[in-house]
Design a protein around this ligand. Structure first.
Ligand SMILES: NC(=O)c1ccc[n+]([C@@H]2O[C@H](COP(=O)([O-])OP(=O)(O)OC[C@H]3O[C@@H](n4cnc5c(N)ncnc54)[C@H](OP(=O)(O)O)[C@@H]3O)[C@@H](O)[C@H]2O)c1
Length: 228
């Protein structure tokens, strides 16, 4: 893979789990990574996003890569879901990604180069009970990704989604029981969960300069789970 010296990445959700691994991977490859913490930029709050961009305009110049990894999964079925849950999950998983994209694509267009990856989920392609808001928001992210692909390809900007399979992060531990984890494992053709580094490596390839044609794709890194 080409090295990332001189590349500048904007990354959300880097405090732990998959996002932390993406940050470490880009830094190992030589990129500068700007990864605001939740406290510095709260994705549920548009004012906080705008303020972060206004206050850090100089640092945010020349961003050529955007990876949206932050995510919320508040379990709820159709009978129990509230407007607040819908709003919070959609704001973190979808609306903030659209808002930040709007802010960053102008600079990428000027450079005639950009790479954008939205971290989606298998539940952006299929679903599971009690994932109403989460699955809906990840499906919406695919619409954003595909439309941005069409609009931005002429400017050398590649836009993709990476859908992790099952990764043992805090999100997974919180939302799946030990029994559910065991039963899911039985259904993964490779017989194991993915690790964070496998997701990070796929993201890094899609964001590399070598990738000049893969755009508009929903890449599942899932050990074959979606083939069943
Ligand atoms: N783990 C899996 O098996 C799996 C599978 C498919 C897809 N994914 C997707 O992969 C991504 C990362 O998941 P993960 O498992 O690594 O989750 P995680 O451990 O729960 O990490 C979530 C990240 O999002 C950040 N975040 C959440 N709400 C935020 C907000 N309002 N403002 C700013 N940052 C916020 C968190 O920051 P704080 O800790 O500071 O709140 C954290 O850095 C998510 O988009 C998730 O949907 C995960």
């Amino acid at each position: 893979m080409n090295d990332f010296n001189g590349r500048k990445v904007f990354l959300t959700g880097a405090s732990r789990g998959i996002g932390k691994s993406i940050k470490d991977t880009f830094e190992e490859l030589g990129a500068t990574v700007i990864a605001p913490t939740h406290a510095e930029m709260d994705l549920t709050n548009n004012g906080s996003i705008d303020a972060y961009f206004n206050d850090n305009a100089e640092v945010l110049k020349n961003i050529d890569t955007y990876v949206h990894c932050a995510g919320r999964n508040i379990l709820s079925g159709i009978d129990e879901i509230t407007e607040d849950v819908f709003e919070e999950v959609f704001q973190v998983n979808f609306f903030s990604a659209a808002r930040i994209s709007q802010k960053l694509v102008t600079g990428m267009k000027d450079k005639q180069f950009g790479r954008i990856v939205f971290i989606s989920s298998l539940y952006g392609a299929v679903s599971r009970e009690r994932r109403i808001a989460y699955s809906s928001s990840k499906h919406a992210l695919s619409g954003l990704m595909k439309t941005m692909t069409l609009e931005l390809a002429p400017f050398g900007i590649m836009v993709n989604s990476v859908a992790p399979g099952y990764v043992m992060t805090e999100m997974t531990k919180k939302n799946l029981s030990d029994d559910e984890i065991e039963s899911i494992k039985q259904n993964i053709p490779t017989g194991r969960f993915q690790d964070t580094k496998e997701i990070a490596d796929a993201v890094a390839f899609l964001c590399s300069e070598n990738n000049k044609s893969i755009t508009g794709q929903f890449l599942a890194v899932d050990g074959g789970f979606l083939c069943r």
